[in-house]
Design a protein around this ligand. Structure first.
Ligand SMILES: [Zn+2]
Length: 744
């Protein structure tokens, strides 16, 4: 290789590397930050496959609960006795067990109370002067050997909302089982962190009871024991199992609970049982106990002071219930794809009656469950009950608590949202305490489709201007979505756990993957992780694997970081200044988030067309120039014409003819074959879309920048070409050396 060629080769080499550093625009974008491939911090494992599926050795522990509980209406005391059968399917033996004592949040000296700001919070007892928490009376361990079972007193310690039980001998790996019997009691707060409570109504108190029994912490392959305390904001992470719950309440009460009622003949009047049977076959709401009957003593069995209601729910991670003498009750059947019978039911006080209020609750419940069952995965429980309480809205398996004053669109919204939670996190059992966005955000997303579908769009969300909304979703006061709920400002939870991840899935569905590919992938995620414990990686990997798309740039920008998007049009010009030959449009990515691009073109004669560009244009460019095949002058070019991307600056999205086009120099005079007596290769100068290119035999063309006055440069290759006035000679300066070339 002689020295001349090596210089130019060196230039070529420099060119190919220098492109990376080419851009000089004041842009915050860095395509290596956005598209770097090192997104996942770990590879797939035996328990969690790299494809996003549960791995071949996936395991999960289980907890079955048998609970007898008593409600004292006057003292608001709940006292119970539970027997938990805990099965250790992990490959580890366990010397101790951890349990959640969530009621201890309402002890005056709890950690959760200590972090409530002076300005108040929706968490804790919401200002009620209250010292609650569990009384734990006895704990016994039950060991079974054949038919014989022995009970021993457990050694335990309580630390805030957690309880550790030390086992006399380690619980065996791969299927070892132990029984835990706990007698407990607590007084219900009136406002239990907006998730449970007691509401006073005209015809009696409504008890909505949740986080009411000591529950097993999850032991998993991610953190071992998950022992984050219950502080208020972070919700729950629970094992699956079967629950048998016997609730003893005043006979004047109606009791509703997760699961199926096993003894209707013991707790409902003959007339109510008849009406329930009718509701099981009715698409229209059937009144089980009417407004007028609430104060009619004949609507309850009166010969006994209390009644015991027996419920059972399987494949559930929790159980909740409500009890009140004030309940109106109505029901209708839910039509599931498999034909399995399920009942929609609502329990509410007379205060909530109204065609624009809870009188439509069962209709909403039925529609919501039917939509999600059809779209994603069939509803698994025998009943879906909406209870009017003093919570804003809270979800449990088979039962939700919604605010008794909610009406119309807000009652639809909260009902649909809380029942959407059956899919996230009741079916897909992610860790809510760490990853609120995986249940609230995914749920917010499915709610938008459900609301659009309900009753011909009666409560459809209005179209959102995402440019305007972008400052709400991404701003300097917001932590990333990925942040755990106890780790972010309380005021930011609504955006970060609900709206932003919800909007993220909508972006993926509508503008990145398309509905078909997204829905298939999202459905796969639900099916793969139903009744299991997925992590964020399992979600990301499933969507990428099923849709067949590398989306690390999106996870990184939208979920893991809080990156802004700003797409801009920076230049419009015509090929050879002639609109009939096409337009050259330059767009730029000015912030850290890349996205695909949609442009709309309007010509002077009024013709409107669109052009889309894949996100890959931003994989190695901050600025991108592309040719638009126009045949006449353009009047307007708009980037993201439908305002569907969260573009933080709309002002630079539009170009109008009055903004002017860049005038291009006609370059055809320079083109031709050139040679030099001291240079052994021919050089060809060509023109390509108004860009002059230098071509060496057998090499890709080097595009040159037009400096004007016959000077063309490629700065990164330290290459400069100066033409003479006649445009038949040029001097080439390369790396400090000069060569004269003449046109042939
Ligand atoms: Zn929610």
């Amino acid at each position: 290789m002689n020295k001349y060629i090596s210089i130019l080769f060196c230039g070529l080499f420099l060119l190919s590397t220098a492109v990376i550093a080419q851009e000089e625009e004041p842009s915050n974008y860095n395509y290596n930050d956005a598209f770097g491939h090192d997104f996942y911090s770990k590879n797939g494992t035996a328990t969690r496959s790299a494809s996003g599926k549960p791995g071949h050795a996936y395991w999960q522990n289980s907890a079955d609960y048998s609970i007898d509980v008593n409600l004292n209406e006057t003292t608001k005391e709940i006292s119970g006795s539970e027997i938990i059968t805990y099965t250790n399917n992990s490959p580890d033996s366990l010397e101790f067990l951890w349990m959640q004592l969530d009621q201890n949040l309402f002890k005056k000296d709890s950690r959760g109370n200590a972090i409530i700001p002076v300005s108040g919070s929706r968490n804790g007892a919401k200002g009620q002067d209250f010292d609650g928490g569990y009384g734990i009376h006895t704990i016994k361990l039950i060991y079974k050997k054949g038919r014989r079972s022995t009970e021993v007193d457990a050694v335990y310690s309580i630390i805030d909302t957690r309880m550790k039980i030390n086992l006399p001998k380690a619980l065996e790996a791969n299927g070892g089982s132990v029984g835990i019997k706990i007698d407990f009691s607590f007084t219900s707060p009136d406002y239990g962190s907006d998730r449970m409570g007691v509401l006073e109504t005209k015809n009696g108190r409504i008890f909505t009871l949740a986080q009411w029994y000591p529950r097993m912490c999850v032991y998993d392959d991610v953190s071992g024991w998950n022992t984050l305390p219950y502080l208020g904001a972070g919700e729950f992470y629970l094992e699956y199992g079967t629950f048998d719950v016997n609730i003893t309440a005043p006979a004047s009460h109606l009791v509703v609970c997760s699961g199926v009622l096993l003894n209707p003949s013991e707790v409902y009047t003959a007339e109510q049982q008849k009406r329930l049977k009718k509701a099981e076959k009715s698409d229209a709401t059937v009144m089980i106990r009417s407004e007028a009957e609430v104060t009619d003593t004949n609507s309850r069995p009166t010969n006994v002071p209390t009644l015991t209601w027996k419920f059972r729910i399987e494949n559930a991670r929790d159980v909740a219930w409500a009890s009140s003498a004030s309940f109106i009750l109505d029901a209708a059947r839910i039509n599931l794809p498999s034909g399995k019978p399920t009942l929609a039911m609502s329990a509410y006080p007379v205060e909530s009656v109204g065609q624009d209020a809870w009188t439509r609750s069962t209709e909403y419940t039925k529609a919501s469950i039917e939509h999600y069952s059809e779209k994603w995965l069939e509803y698994p429980y025998p009943a879906a009950i909406n209870v009017a309480g003093n919570e804003g809205g809270m979800e449990y398996p088979g039962i939700v608590f919604c605010n008794y004053e909610s009406k119309a669109a807000s009652l639809w919204g909260v009902t649909d949202h809380e029942f959407g939670h059956i899919w996230f996190p009741m079916i897909v059992g992610s860790n809510e305490r760490l990853h609120a966005w995986m249940d609230e955000g995914f749920n917010t997303f499915i709610n938008s489709l459900s609301s659009a579908a309900f009753n011909n769009g009666e409560y459809k969300d209005p179209e959102r201007n995402m440019h305007r909304f972008s400052s709400v979703l991404v701003n300097n006061n917001l932590e990333p979505v990925y942040t755990s709920p106890d780790n972010l400002k309380e005021r930011n939870l609504g955006i970060l756990a609900y709206y932003k991840p919800g909007a993220g899935l909508s972006l993926l569905r509508e503008h990145i993957l398309g509905p078909e590919r997204f829905d298939e992938a999202f459905k796969a995620y639900i099916n793969r992780w139903a009744y299991k414990h997925p992590t964020p990686d399992d979600f990301y990997r499933t969507i990428e694997n099923v849709a067949g798309e590398d989306l690390r740039w999106f996870w990184r920008g939208w979920f893991v970081n809080s990156w802004k998007l700003d797409q801009a049009i920076t230049e419009v010009k015509y090929v050879k200044n002639d609109p009939t030959q096409g337009a050259l449009i330059t767009i730029e990515n000015l912030e850290k988030m890349p996205m695909p691009v949609v442009l709309e073109f309007k010509t002077k004669s009024g013709e409107v067309t669109r052009q889309t560009l894949p996100v890959e244009i931003w994989k190695r460019n901050t600025s991108w120039t592309f040719k638009h095949d126009s045949t006449e002058e353009l009047a307007k070019v708009v980037i993201d014409p439908d305002y569907v991307l969260p573009d933080s600056n709309s002002k630079n999205n539009k170009w109008k003819a009055s903004d002017g086009t860049a005038i291009v120099e006609i370059l055809t005079g320079y083109t031709g074959n050139y040679s030099s007596p001291v240079f052994p290769m021919k050089v060809t100068v060509v023109e390509n879309n108004d860009v002059l290119e230098l071509q060496l035999e057998g090499q890709p063309p080097l595009p040159l920048e037009n400096e004007g006055g016959g000077v063309f440069v490629m700065e990164e290759a330290r290459l400069k070409i100066q033409f003479n006035e006649e445009k038949n000679k040029f001097k080439l300066d390369a790396d400090g050396q000069s060569f004269e070339f003449t046109k042939e």
